[in-house]
Design a protein. Structure first.
Length: 270
């Protein structure tokens, strides 16, 4: 469910979350190979990762307070990046008084890439990884020329029900979808391999896992929130409404670390 929160002030200000910027480096995200992939998909100059530590332990019911404090924190505002269409690069977000935030918890329970094995089916992806083509059509502003994009964007795709509504809401699926759709001048891959490999690498780098002492199973402890910051019906962050304009907060509640993963699709290039 989406939670809308407005600043209320008062006693809870005494317990508000405060944030400090860290120098955490994402080795996979910044690797030469992945940088090349992101550039080809037109994500390299528009996607941003910023990591902070925070002071109080996070509980699920505090999500709206956490996000409101996050967007109004001076350190966060000084550190977040937004895409400047004029300068064609990421620039500082600047100072804002955020009165309302939208917060949507994102499920994060997938621990195996077997989740995507079903894509290798006739009419979708061939055994060697080649993606089946389809007649070009415009769907939600994206030029769709293969069955993978069609499955991601259109309920009219014959493969739409390959993933349930719940599965489509999983963080791993969303990450994969964002990589496949790319930016305004994305160069689509003909094979699925790098989409899956980069999704796996980034997912493993973003989330935190631990072994359950009783079941011995690997469990994800990260909390994922899809968020946006608003004032007077204007979205100040991450930007205009588009399936490819997003901001996820990836929380490690054990170590009290949060990473903001954001991307602004912008208006395109035309």
């Amino acid at each position: 469910a989406v939670v809308s929160t407005q600043s209320t002030g008062g006693m809870e200000d005494q317990k508000k979350f405060q944030f400090e910027l860290t120098t955490k480096k994402f080795l996979t995200f910044n690797s030469k190979e992945v940088k090349s992939d992101l550039t080809r998909w037109d994500l390299g100059e528009r996607i941003s990762l910023t990591t902070f530590t925070y002071n109080n332990y996070f509980k699920d019911y505090q999500a709206k307070d956490f996000v409101r404090d996050f967007f109004n924190d001076p350190t966060v505002q000084a550190s977040l990046k937004v895409y400047s269409p004029n300068r064609q690069e990421l620039v500082g977000w600047g100072s804002h008084q955020i009165k309302e935030c939208l917060v949507e918890p994102v499920p994060c329970s997938i621990t195996s890439m077997d989740f995507f094995d079903r894509l290798y089916t006739p009419g979708m992806v061939r055994d060697m990884g080649a993606i089946y083509k389809c007649l070009d059509e415009d769907i939600e502003g994206f030029l769709v020329s293969d069955e993978l994009h069609k499955m991601l964007l259109s309920e009219e795709s014959e493969h739409w029900e390959m993933f349930s509504e719940e599965e489509r809401g999983e963080f791993l699926f969303l990450l994969f979808k964002h990589l496949v759709l790319g930016g305004p001048i994305c160069q689509y891959d003909d094979k699925i391999d790098r989409y899956l490999e980069v999704s796996k690498s980034l997912y493993k780098e973003f989330i935190t896992v631990q072994k359950n002492s009783e079941t011995k199973n690997i469990e994800i402890v990260s909390k994922i929130l899809k968020v946006s910051a608003w004032d007077n019906e204007i979205c100040w962050f991450p930007g205009d409404e588009n399936v490819q304009t997003f901001c996820y907060l990836v929380l490690n509640p054990v170590n009290r670390v949060v990473t903001a993963l954001s991307h602004d699709f912008g208006k395109g290039v035309w």
